[in-house]
Structures are given as C-alpha cells and as structure tokens.
Design a protein around this ligand. Structure first.
Ligand code: ADP
Ligand code: ADP
Length: 232
C-alpha cells in the first residue's frame, strides 16, 4: 500500500527575475514498510522534497498525499495535527531539548499533543534503540550516536505512518552510523515502519530497500535493492 505520494510536485524559489526550480514535476510513491534512501548532489532538491512531503514546506504546484490526505491543501491547524500524528522527523543535528532527560525528550511530542503514553510501546522502542540504561541522562551526557537514537525513539513514539530523516548519520562516526541505521532498519522489519531518508553516504543508502537519485529537481534513478556498486 502507498503511504505517501508526490504527484507532479513542483517547488520554485525566488521571483520572475531569478527563479530556482528545486523540484520539477516530481512523481514518486512510498510504500508501507519500505526504507527509501534519497541521494543526489547538493542542491538537487532532496531537502525540499522531504520538507514538502512532511508538510514543513508548501509546494508551488502539484500534490502531496499522506495516508490518503492531501497535505498540500491543508490549513496550518491541519498540518500541525498531521505532523503530530502521522509524521516523524529526524534531523541531522538531533534537535533534542538540552534541559530534558532522554526519556523526557522521547515523550515530549506526546505530552505537547496531550496524548496518552503507551508504556508498553515506549518500552519496546527504548529496547530496540538500546537506551534502557541512558533514560535519565541529558543530551550533553550522551554520545552523538546515543543522542540520535533518542531522536529516533522520539520520532517513533507516536507510531507515525512515515518517518522522514534528513541526513540522520551526517554528524556521526561510522560505528554510531551503523547503530542508528541498524535500528531504523529493525523498525522496518519488526513493525513495518515506513522510512524516507536523505543521505550522501552510499553505505547508509545500502541499508535501504530502495534508492532514489535526484538531479536538478528530477528523479533520475529509482533502484530496488541495489547492490553497493550500483549505488556508487
Ligand atoms: P539538497 O537538499 O539536495 O541539497 P535543496 O532541496 O536544499 O537541495 O535545494 C534545492 C535547490 O533549491 C537549490 O538550488 C537551493 O539553493 C534552492 N533552495 C532551497 N531552499 C531555498 C530557499 N529557502 N530559498 C531559495 N532557494 C532555495
Ligand atoms: P542540506 O542540503 O544539508 O539539507 P542546505 O544548505 O541545502 O542543507 O539547506 C539548509 C536550509 O537552508 C534549508 O532549510 C533550505 O531550505 C535553506 N536553503 C538552501 N538553499 C537556500 C538558498 N539558496 N537560499 C535560502 N535558503 C536556502
């Protein structure tokens, strides 16, 4: 089943005199339970695609559909609800609240949304990311890899339909990168999480079921289970 879809998605920046086409009539579908990596050179439109898909940015034309809902025509209020309930986002820079513990960071979005906390689900997510012994630590007491695992757990707590991750391993060493990617991958295999991840790293992309390559705002390659050599 299709979880998220871009239809003829176009995004331009600037005015008549200096138009930048970040996305040029992009058509793409993301299927449930798949991990997709989006690659391509800097400036090819990867971040813009993710931001439009996640309702963080408004397309110039075309549509974004998430779980049969048309994101591209939603009001701000509807977008806030969508981002809280259907979408998880993981940033390169972790974006944790420094004064809160790991556990408080993981639960914060649910508390802001005034949602009840499913303790069994919390335990499962915490165990999968291997954070059990770090729950009372603040971000400054955690390694980069541990901080990103907290951010992953936070993104998964609301059981989102899809998680968008923008360079999730961009600030991590290779050991921490493998841990974070292994965890994201196990959320796909263990409970069918759908993940769309931007990455420059072919090794990170090799964890994905599918690799899309963007160039100048167009999808130029779309590979299912590519080998490492095909990604390079
Ligand atoms: P990538 O994530 O692949 O590096 P981006 O989506 O960030 O690419 O950018 C695609 C193009 O759109 C680039 O030419 C970039 O300079 C331009 N762009 C992105 N965001 C903005 C913005 N807020 N204002 C103007 N141009 C932008
Ligand atoms: P990355 O490729 O690592 O995601 P970018 O440098 O492309 O980072 O973009 C970082 C932020 O700056 C994004 O929010 C993007 O929309 C914005 N941005 C990118 N290019 C431009 C630009 N030419 N003018 C204004 N904002 C931009």
């Amino acid at each position: 089943a299709t979880v998220a879809q871009a239809i003829d998605l176009t995004k331009t920046y600037g005015d008549k005199d200096a138009v930048v086409t970040a996305l040029d009539h992009v058509n793409v579908e993301f299927k449930r339970g798949q991990m997709t990596a989006i690659m391509g050179p800097s400036g090819s439109g990867k971040s813009t695609l993710m931001h439009c898909m996640a309702g963080l940015d408004t397309p110039t034309s075309g549509k974004v559909i998430v779980e049969s809902l048309e994101v591209s025509s939603m009001s701000q209020k509807e977008l806030t609800k969508l981002r809280r309930e259907q979408i998880g986002f993981i940033f390169q820079s972790f974006n944790l609240v420094p004064t809160l513990t790991a556990e408080e960071n993981i639960l914060l979005p649910l508390q802001i949304a005034k949602k009840s906390i499913d303790r069994a689900w919390f335990d499962r997510v915490v165990d999968v990311v291997g954070l059990r012994s770090r729950l009372t630590h603040r971000p400054s007491q955690l390694s980069g890899g541990q901080q990103q695992r907290v951010a992953c757990a936070r993104a998964l707590m609301a059981r989102p339909s899809v998680v968008f991750a923008d360079e999730p391993t961009g600030n991590l060493d290779s050991k921490s990168s493998s841990e974070v990617l292994g965890f994201l991958k196990s959320s796909v295999s263990q409970y069918g999480q759908t993940i769309v991840m931007v990455t420059h790293d072919p090794r990170a992309a090799s964890y994905a079921d599918r690799v899309l390559v963007l160039a100048d705002g167009n999808v130029t390659r779309d590979m299912q289970h590519p080998s490492y050599d095909e990604i390079l």
